[in-house]
Design a protein around this ligand. Structure first.
Ligand code: G4P
Length: 547
């Protein structure tokens, strides 16, 4: 039993925590930036290890085989490291787009996010989707404009694109000197100093930097490209004239993003970014519940499960439930109550990845993420509480699937096991389940954000529940949860190819083959609200009588 912390010590532990995720379109450089943050944060000596792991995970064709061999992969969920007295928790998000639902959920567990933009490409499809999730939650967002060592779009155009497309004010915190081959460093607008970097061959070690006054003739000489230097001076002047200041309140509520330029592969601007990130990124804040908000410094323990990862190895049926701590002090072996079931659970094998080493967690605080070995008693969205408290955290949002498949049972005698599999897998968040209501039979339809999720689920149904089933891909692309007046169904007039279904909580859902069908149906049914994210989120019903 660990000694209980004094309120001051607890507050100090919360103050030094920074819990965040990196969001980006595939190939924008998330893995490289993660690696460099670890390098500059002192968590690894030589960059390259994250990349090596990613390459494994990225070989999607044999993904299943790999997962089987690797067992539970705690490594891909959270990386923690200490830097300058801070504890950084970087919640990693799956590299593969097909698992982006996991990424969406991970964003529920962070206090801020870093959006990476490829300087040549600007905003890309996946970034827009992920940004939308951040916006819904109003979380503070940093922007890192990446790959400046390659010819990029003009930096001012990139800022303009972010402002226009995302409706987000931008404030450049540094400004690039040069572009592509002429990129030599960045001007830090806070200290008004230029950081000139030396290009390192593979960037596996920290780059050496010269810091100087931007007016120094030395800067022009070192840049070696007069026109690039001139362009830099002109852009700087424009920025100064615009006179935008960093607005802490707008940042805290997700309405303004500080922008950094750099190139992680060559280590330009990573350290500067990391240092300012520590200054600006928020510490864990109070979390909303169905009662009063919970403050991270509060004495009693609380947390919620935001991700469940199943072991693909049939010899270990365990799953890891990832819990974000929201208040109090966590210690290994402590007993907590699962609010949904009322059961008392002992948290015996808490795992964390610290500076790339898998460790058993002895103690942890608000902002930390702990992996709990779980044989099925924890569901996605579960609230875990210590000290006789009674409340539930906000449900985890269910995101709109983009792929749908009808699932039929090969052997009807396995119906019970099949139903059990569907319940369990949907509560783990592996897939979303719907039941068609407008046909002769109540067909089961699975919805997923990425197709590969179907493969995983099919594998699990067969291996974990010994059930054979057939998957038939359906031509839907969109789904909306419907909300309307009591008699909406009698008047409902969709397109011919739109289907009606319910989710496991009996909430009505419409499945559309495409945007045109959705627009047409929305127009014909003006009394209905079409929610793209399940308004109630994922929260299993409380099985005990609630008092
Ligand atoms: P991801 O996790 O977002 O998918 O991106 P990742 O870091 O794997 O980077 C995608 C590609 O972009 C990689 O090239 C990587 O080397 C390159 N990259 C990352 N950061 C920078 C940068 O700052 N500048 C430039 N020019 N390129 C960068 P690859 O060819 O796919 O892999 P590799 O063989 O180079 O490792």
């Amino acid at each position: 039993m660990l000694e209980a912390q004094t309120p001051e010590k607890l507050a100090e532990e919360v103050r030094r925590r920074r819990t965040f995720a990196i969001i980006s379109h595939p190939d924008a450089g998330k893995t490289t930036l993660t690696e460099k943050l670890l390098l500059y944060g002192g968590a690894v000596n030589l960059a390259g290890s994250v990349k090596a792991r990613k390459n494994q995970a990225h070989a999607t064709s044999d993904w299943m085989e790999l997962e089987k061999q690797r067992g539970i992969s705690i490594t891909s969920t959270v990386l923690s490291f200490d830097y300058q007295g801070y504890r950084l928790n970087l919640l990693d998000t799956p590299g593969h787009q097909d698992f982006s639902e996991d990424t969406y959920r991970t964003l529920v567990a962070v206090d801020c996010a870093v959006m990476i933009l490829d300087a040549a490409k600007g905003l890309e499809a996946q970034t827009l989707k992920l940004f939308d999730v951040c916006k819904r939650r109003g979380i503070p967002l940093f922007t890192f404009v990446h790959k400046m060592d390659r010819p990029s779009q003009p930096p001012l155009d990139l800022l303009d694109e972010v402002e226009r497309t995302l409706g987000l004010r931008t404030i450049p915190m540094n400004w690039p000197l040069g572009n592509g081959p002429s990129f030599r460093g960045v001007f830090d607008r806070r200290t008004r100093e230029v950081h000139l970097f030396e290009r390192v061959a593979h960037g596996s070690r920290a780059a050496s930097v010269q810091v100087m006054d931007p007016n120094s003739p030395e800067v022009e000489r070192l840049m070696g490209d007069q026109s690039a230097y001139k362009a830099f001076r002109e852009e700087l002047e424009l920025l100064e004239m615009a006179g935008e200041e960093f607005d802490a309140e707008a940042f805290a509520t997700g309405r303004l993003t500080p922008v950094y330029f750099g190139s992680a592969v060559s280590n330009f601007g990573v350290q500067l970014f990391l240092d300012q990130f520590l200054d600006l990124a928020p510490q864990p804040a109070a979390r909303r519940t169905d009662s009063e908000p919970v403050h991270p410094q509060s004495k009693e323990f609380s947390g919620f499960v935001f991700k469940i990862q199943a072991d693909m190895n049939p010899r270990h049926r365990d799953r890891v439930a990832f819990m974000r701590i929201c208040s109090g002090q966590f210690e290994r072996g402590m007993k907590v109550q699962c609010v949904r079931t009322g059961a008392t659970i002992r948290l015996s094998y808490p795992q964390q990845l610290f500076a790339q080493e898998r460790q058993t967690v002895e103690e942890a605080y608000a902002g930390d993420v702990v992996g709990l070995v779980n044989s099925g008693e924890l569901y996605l969205g579960d609230t875990l509480l210590g000290g006789g408290q009674k409340f539930r955290f906000e449900p985890i949002p269910l995101f709109p699937p983009e792929h749908f498949a009808r699932v039929t049972l090969a052997d009807p005698s396995r119906r019970k096991a099949f139903q059990r599999a569907l319940d369990q897998l949907s509560h783990e968040g592996a897939v979303q389940i719907f039941y068609l209501t407008d046909g002769h039979s109540r067909d089961v339809v699975m919805g997923a954000v990425g197709r590969l999720q179907f493969e995983v689920v099919q594998y699990r149904i067969k291996n974990d529940y010994s059930v054979d089933c057939r998957f038939e891909v359906l031509p839907f692309q969109l789904c909306r949860w419907l909300e309307g007046p009591a008699d909406w169904l009698a008047k409902f007039s969709p397109t011919r190819t739109t289907r009606l279904a319910v989710d496991p909580d009996n909430r009505p859902v419409a499945l559309f083959p495409g945007q045109w069908d959705l627009d047409y149906t929305a127009e014909k049914n003006p009394d209905l609200v079409f929610h793209s994210v399940n308004p109630k989120g994922l929260q299993a019903p409380v099985t005990e009588e609630e008092d």
